[in-house]
Design a protein around this ligand. Sequence first.
Ligand code: NDP
Ligand code: ENO
Length: 448
Amino acid sequence: MPIFQNVSPTLEASKQPAIGLIGMGEMGKMYAKGLSEAGWKRINVCDQPSKFEQLQQQMQGTPGITVMKDGHLVSRSSDFIIYSVEAEFIDKVVAEYGPSTKVGAIVAGQTSVKAPERAAFEKYLPEDVHIISVHSLHGPTVSTAGQPLVLIRHRAPEWALHLVEDILRPFNSRYVYLSYEDHDRVTANTQAVTHAAFLSMGTAWQNSGVYPWEGEALYVSGVEVVKVNITLRIYASKWHVYAGLAILNPHARIQIDQFAKSTTELFKIMLSGDTEALKNRVYEAREKVFHGNRANNKPPILLSEALLNQFSLGKNADASRATPNSHLSLLAMVDSWASLNIDPLAHLELAGTPVFRMWIGVAEYLFSSTERLDAAIEAAIGDVRHRSDDLEFTVAARGWSQCIAFGSFKLYEQRFMDTANFFAPRFQEAAKVGAKMIQAISQSPAAK
Ligand SMILES: NC(=O)C1=CN([C@@H]2O[C@H](COP(=O)(O)OP(=O)(O)OC[C@H]3O[C@@H](n4cnc5c(N)ncnc54)[C@H](OP(=O)(O)O)[C@@H]3O)[C@@H](O)[C@H]2O)C=CC1
Ligand SMILES: O=C(O)C(=O)Cc1ccc(O)cc1
């Protein structure tokens, strides 16, 4: 029997469902703030009991919010509960608070990887509660409007799904309906492998010992600006988010391994000096991924020159001085999509995070122009100035793939923080440009 039907924030408090948020880090706070602003009046939140007083202070004066000491109190008093905790800890946290869930409540998780969340819910939640999970496919600093919000109806009647839709409607996100299994498959193809590319760029630049936009200024074009800014954006974020979705997603390892393989194989062809072999391989990948040379000399679909050139790097950036880059990271990305028969444009519809949108956008920008692609191939074979950077990138891609296959959160954290510390002095500056870029691409016609 439906307990709530057609609810909206305009109802008086006693008729509204109580919403519970367990874990008040970046995503928990974003949800708390958004739900409060929407007018929901019964929002119960908690973080670790040790942070109770601090959280009370932070939430003081936020309408509709009640800060509770722990997840037991939130679970027993809420009708829709979202766990927004680290994927690594979801089992432990649900084991602790899950059995306290109110009879008939709906439980969700915000974790970026769903296999461990599903296992924890099935193991610890009582039979008389429903499971409908969620995943906002964007970070906490991005506006929720228009972004994909995955809803996973796993164990719940129809009315429960409508209730969740009603509660989250004020975010104005775009609902995407997936199963737990499909969620992990799709996000491995989009998020996990994309992050591997950016993590590798960061590690490679760190090991080269220069900020790429300050070296010989080889890298100043629009594509480079995207690469650098997204890399810095990722390294400025919490390592556990990226570690969780790479290490715990059963599908991710295969994609990340293929990316390292593609990088190594392309680099070996570059070393051999065989332009024809490189051209054949790259063009074959282009054919497969971008559907038969669709964009040859036609305007790019996602990113335009004008959009890319809005953003610049460093003080002396002068795009006219840009020399063609081998773009090994982009060649390898498209090669690995081709090798695994992944259609990234189809995935963009389902699970296009802003970072993935940027990445596929620059890949398409490069591959949509024969002139640009041939210049990259020529640079890869003929311009030895790129060799040392490409070598570092190859080593870094392999290193990240091995680290993720090894499955150690500690090792991942060490690698990640080592590179993050190298870039930290530039985070503030990059965050501003990164935010503008994400906004611009979210508003580009192709994003609608
Ligand atoms: N950040 C992002 O861009 C996105 C993240 N996600 C996912 O959302 C989840 C949360 O991420 P995010 O908010 O960024 O991470 P944060 O680290 O900012 O927040 C997680 C919070 O949960 C708290 N927590 C841990 N254990 C408990 C517990 N037993 N009871 C109550 N609170 C607890 C943590 O405390 P402590 O720090 O002390 O451990 C922390 O405050 C992750 O699974 C992530 O993958 C999803 C979409 C986007
Ligand atoms: O856009 C991206 O890929 C990000 O890096 C932000 C992000 C991180 C984790 C998620 O679960 C969803 C989005």
